[in-house]
Ligand binder design. Structure first.
Ligand SMILES: Nc1ncnc2c1ncn2[C@@H]1O[C@H](COP(=O)(O)OP(=O)(O)OP(=O)(O)O)[C@@H](O)[C@H]1O
Length: 337
């Protein structure tokens, strides 16, 4: 669906070159939720704005559905942009228009159908985002989450193939973030829409993305399925963002690692293993005892996973056998101590 080839972008600020994107290449297949994560200034906004050519690359190609959009005429580009919906961090709603009128705006702009057809489409969209009862309210009468639902409905008005989400949940509290991410995930499944989202929060990526690219200093430093990148981050930029979410620093701060007298391992497992009593089985089988120092059992989108830091007490050869036994059950063992 999307292919980016070697995108480069440098801004000139007060006569100085500010490189924003350097050699960005990636593919996003149709129907995928693709996340782009990075710290402030990493280049995320510049990259997402290139996907509908709000920003043009200095060099490189942007191919959408087989078409190089960098070479399109202005008229063709307008047509292409109708295939792309965009959701913004601060919603960008018109305060003088009601909810229904905000959602209808893109249909009015391209004069799509009669007024009755437009209204029918608006009703359908408001139903989809759960705002049918708020049709005639003004943005000032809505909560942040409801405003974002209007933003999503508006982005979908022209039945786009691609939905771009620019920090769509960054202005929302954690509970509202969850409900908006659930809505985006539902829309992705129901409408088979490709979604590209940018965020600085690993929690957002963990919840809805299939694959993720980590950008740092305008370059992709890591890319792959979320389970791989999230559970086994290779680069320091990724590791620090994952650590914030997994509370790895808290384990360091707690002093539990320093005071441990046994072997301390971090165990990572995904899928069906999450439901197995692996700690009990391992202790029983190899004659070890254990204590749990830290643990997370959660989900990566639809995939359950667990990450446990465990201190083991037992003889060296039994510990070695236990490590092999765990590996044979597809548990990744990292020795912390
Ligand atoms: N229009 C512009 N003019 C000049 N410099 C720009 C412009 N847009 C972005 N930059 C610079 O390009 C780099 C990447 O910025 P970008 O906004 O893409 O990063 P970001 O990852 O989205 O950060 P944030 O999360 O803070 O928005 C930064 O150094 C930024 O200052």
């Amino acid at each position: 669906m999307i292919r980016l080839e070697n995108l480069e972008k440098t801004f000139i600020v007060d006569g100085r070159s500010v490189p924003a994107l350097r050699g960005i290449s990636l593919d996003v297949p149709a129907g995928e939720v693709f996340g782009i994560i990075g710290r402030s200034g990493a280049g995320k906004s510049t990259l997402i704005r290139m996907l509908n050519l709000l920003e043009r690359p200095d060099s490189g190609r942007i191919v959408i559905d087989g078409q190089d959009v960098t070479s399109l005429s202005e008229t063709a580009l307008r047509g292409m942009r109708q295939q792309v919906g965009m959701v913004f961090q601060h919603f960008n709603l018109l305060s003088s228009r009601t909810v229904a009128e905000n959602v209808r705006l893109p249909l009015e702009l391209i004069r799509s159908g009669s007024r009755a057809e437009q209204n029918a489409r608006v009703d359908e969209l408001l139903e989809l985002v759960g705002l049918a009862a708020h049709r005639d309210k003004y943005p000032s009468q809505l909560s942040g989450g409801q405003k974002q639902r209007v933003g999503i409905a508006r982005a979908l008005a022209n039945r786009p193939k691609l939905l771009l989400c620019d920090e769509a949940t960054s202005a929302l509290d954690p509970q509202t973030t969850q409900s908006i991410l659930d809505l985006i995930a539902d829309i992705n499944k129901q409408l088979k829409l490709t979604v590209v989202l940018i965020t600085h929060e690993m929690g957002v990526i963990r919840r809805i993305a299939d694959r993720v690219a980590v950008i740092d200093g305008g370059r992709i430093v890591e890319i792959g399925p979320v389970a791989e990148v999230f559970l086994h981050p290779q680069q320091s930029a990724t590791q620090s963002m994952v650590a914030e979410l997994s509370h790895a620093d808290e384990l360091e701060d707690s002093g539990l690692l320093d005071s441990a007298s046994g072997a301390v391992w971090r165990l990572t497992f995904v899928g069906a293993t999450t439901h197995e009593p692996i700690l009990f089985d391992t202790a029983h089988r190899y004659g070890l005892s254990f204590s749990l120092l830290q643990g997370t059992v959660s989900r990566l989108k639809d995939l359950p996973y667990g990450q446990l830091v465990v201190e083991w007490q037992g003889e060296t050869d039994k510990l070695a056998a236990a490590r092999e036994g765990l590996a044979a059950r597809n548990v990744v063992v990292e020795v912390l101590r």
